[in-house]
Design a protein around this ligand. Structure first.
Ligand code: BTN
Length: 379
């Protein structure tokens, strides 16, 4: 697949297996009271065995059935009937879940009972929270993935429907903008990519990117309103000047029509620390509040708010203008800040808000100029 980085996202030339090849435009993109939520659950061995294959849906199914009877011990026979397998297979699956940190009490002769639920982004945990959104029906979970954006791009090219979600507990080849990588440590972050197929002209994709930043902003605030995320154009989310979230927008487009967009969102949630080279620039929600966050709660809030933003943008009715206005409202750097562009250090000036397409404007010695691409560095 040929990929062109330009501005704040990447535009793909269609992969070889898709035909006919369209004309592709390079466009700058810029209670359950009994069940405790357990945030400590990591067991590395099984995860690595899972490799890049999708999580066995029966694992989530067992958790789902046990969650339905929180106060009861469920017999192995009943579980086997519920998921359509044998008692011995149920035992094997329960062991796998335990290896993943799911606290299940009991054994084949006594039956099973859930003691706590791990903070895993399993479809069975997320789907009930996503009813009514475009994201509820098609959530794919991986313990171990290369890059969820790459998976989503491939799936979209092969016809995956709008609203398909790819989530990984860990990425081994997480991608950031440009040639950057995205550090994706195991089960401490949200690594999520969604397939969108908007009926929008390519220039409006920038607005969708900005709206995704707003969705992250409102999801964080929904979970803990004391945290004040700061949006940095076009698609970073900062807390006290350090990055907590990055968004990678990739699209395949014809001249006037978007074929599909992949919105890749990486949030640093429960990281306790970062490697020395990232410490000055990266933070996590846990490092901000001093408490562990539920990735399920945050992940569901994120997809719900993205659903709201997306539907509003498609409806029109002034949503585009409203997104630009709210982005400015939640960004300390789009007005009155001295900035320079990392890839073009001579391009520097003072920010003067967003133009009506969503590009950042800066006042330079030569006048006001829009920034079409590049990484904004704050002085
Ligand atoms: C950036 O700020 O450079 C963008 C980072 C985007 C990271 C996310 S994590 C989920 C998705 N999969 C990827 O490989 N990248 C995005």
């Amino acid at each position: 697949m040929q990929q062109c980085h330009f501005g704040h996202g990447a535009v793909h030339l269609l992969p070889n297996y898709e035909s006919p090849r369209p004309f592709v435009v390079w466009y700058p993109l810029p209670d359950n009271a009994r069940i405790k939520l357990s945030l400590k659950h990591r067991r590395h061995d099984t995860w690595h065995k899972s490799s890049a294959s999708e999580t066995d849906a029966r694992l989530g199914h067992i958790v789902h059935v046990l969650m339905g009877y929180p106060t009861l011990v469920i017999s192995g026979t009943k579980l086997a009937q519920e998921i359509g397998t044998t008692r011995s297979e149920v035992w094997r699956l329960v062991q796998s879940l335990r290896d993943l940190g799911v606290h299940i009490e009991g054994h084949p002769s006594s039956g099973y009972q859930l003691a706590s639920i791990p903070d895993l982004l399993l479809p069975e945990m997320l789907n009930p929270l996503l009813r009514g959104t475009i994201f509820g029906a098609n959530v794919h979970h991986y313990y171990h993935a290369g890059s969820t954006n790459t998976m989503a791009l491939e799936a979209a090219a092969a016809g995956a429907s709008e609203g398909t979600v790819f989530l990984a507990e860990q990425q081994t080849a997480g991608r950031g903008r440009g040639s950057n990588t995205w550090r994706s440590a195991e089960s401490v972050g949200i690594y999520c990519s969604v397939v969108l197929r908007p009926n929008l002209p390519p220039p409006d994709v920038l607005t969708l990117t900005l709206a995704t930043g707003l969705a992250v902003h409102s999801a964080i605030q929904e979970v803990d309103s004391r945290v004040l995320p700061d949006l940095k154009w076009p698609n970073d989310v900062l807390i006290y000047g350090k990055k907590v979230c990055g968004i990678l927008t990739e699209m395949v487009s014809e001249a006037t029509r978007v074929r599909h967009i992949i919105m890749g969102i990486g949030i640093n949630v429960n990281h306790a620390d970062f490697p020395a080279e990232l410490r000055p620039i990266a933070t996590s929600l846990r490092m901000t509040t001093g408490t562990e966050w539920s990735r399920i709660e945050l992940g569901a809030a994120l997809l719900k708010s993205l659903d709201r933003e997306y539907k509003a943008l498609l409806r029109g009715n002034g949503a585009h203008t409203d997104i630009l206005r709210r982005f400015e409202q939640h960004s300390s750097s789009v007005r009155g800040r001295d900035i320079w562009i990392e890839e073009n250090p001579d391009l520097r000036g003072t920010t003067e808000g967003l133009d009506d397409r969503g590009f950042l404007q800066i006042r330079t010695r030569e006048g006001v100029k829009p920034i079409y691409s590049g990484t904004v560095r704050l002085k």
